[in-house]
Write a protein that binds this ligand. Structure first.
Ligand code: C2E
Ligand code: CA
Ligand code: CA
Ligand code: CA
Length: 279
């Protein structure tokens, strides 16, 4: 197949055709995922660096289709965003997270704050805040137990609207954290205009520490500046003891990664919380 583009001829390779048809297929199936009960949420603990204790968790979405098997969120979330399906999917995630946190509260499980991921376009539409406000009214004990992660890129796209949304959420005690910090080509001077209290240093930077001198210097500088601005710092993707030790030394407040735990089903998270020293 040949197509006359704006700046010349573009050839569609068989690989491109295949990718396009997979996308179409996934979009089609994703449209039924909620109704067919194919989604579930797993939880990755967030660890307090100083004590090693579970301070909270991140909720991560999983999709398992009967024939396609498990599809990675890295693949289906962009498809959900482009197709608009992200709206109903985010609604589903919010209910699933709130239900789980509510259940844990009832069982006396000290899960700490549970953060869910929200796409940029979703965050600025009022819907999420409205539903969260409703939930907090219905279940006041959820106050302080729910948080939202938005990416740095999404946050700085419309700074004024983002400030407004974060403030509204803060007023109903929903904390907003900046995700993937360092990948958005913005800076702390930009981010500090947001009324946030927490930022998550992207795995890309954590990968290199402590051996890569540039990454190490960057992480150290980000933690220093973030603390100067009164922000709590989470390091993502912590896989080794050497990384944990370095990150703790430079003052990262919270750590998250395979070293502590993969994202796990609710029951496993409860076991992890229960197995901690003096709890
Ligand atoms: P993210 O928000 O940056 O989430 C962190 C990702 O890193 C997760 O991948 C997690 O499983 C993985 N991870 C955690 N610790 C480690 C580690 O030590 N090493 C390595 N190599 N990876 C680690 P996951 O679950 O596949 O999610 C990928 C992305 O999909 C997320 O990146 C997030 O952007 C998006 N996503 C996941 N769930 C949702 C959701 O409910 N809504 C939205 N909008 N996006 C979601
Ligand atoms: Ca995240
Ligand atoms: Ca992240
Ligand atoms: Ca990410």
């Amino acid at each position: 197949v040949q197509h006359q583009g704006g700046n010349g001829v573009c050839f569609y390779t068989p690989e491109m055709a295949l990718a396009a048809s997979r996308r179409t297929l996934l979009t089609m199936h994703l449209a039924h995922a909620v109704q067919r009960n194919e989604l579930n949420v797993v939880f990755q603990p967030i660890i307090e660096a100083k004590s090693g204790r579970v301070a909270g968790a991140e909720a991560l979405l999983r999709w398992s289709h009967t024939n396609l098997g498990a599809v990675s969120p890295a693949e289906f979330i962009p498809i959900a965003e482009d197709s608009g399906l992200i709206v109903s999917i985010t609604d589903w995630v919010l209910e699933a997270v709130a239900d789980q946190v509510d259940r844990w509260h009832g069982e006396g499980v000290q899960c700490g704050r549970v953060f869910m991921n929200v796409s940029g376009q979703q965050f600025l539409r009022g819907r999420l805040t409205t539903r969260l406000a409703e939930l907090m009214k219905e279940k006041p004990h959820l106050a302080g137990l729910i948080g939202i992660e938005i990416t740095e890129q999404a946050a700085v796209r419309d700074l004024k609207a983002t400030v407004q949304a974060i403030s509204e959420l803060a007023s109903i005690s929903v904390e907003t954290a900046i995700d993937d910090f360092g990948t958005g080509y913005s800076s702390l001077s930009y981010v500090q205009q947001l009324p946030i209290t927490k930022l998550k240093i992207d795995r890309m930077f954590v990968d290199g520490v402590p051996h890569n001198r540039k990454n190490s210097a960057l992480v150290r500088a980000v933690v220093g500046m973030a603390h100067g601005l009164g922000l709590t710092v989470v390091a993502e993707g912590v896989e080794t003891l050497a990384q944990r030790d370095f990150l703790t030394d430079v003052g990262c407040d919270l750590l998250q990664g395979y070293l502590f735990s993969q994202p796990v089903p609710p029951k496993t998270l409860v076991i992890l919380i229960g197995d901690q020293p003096d709890s």
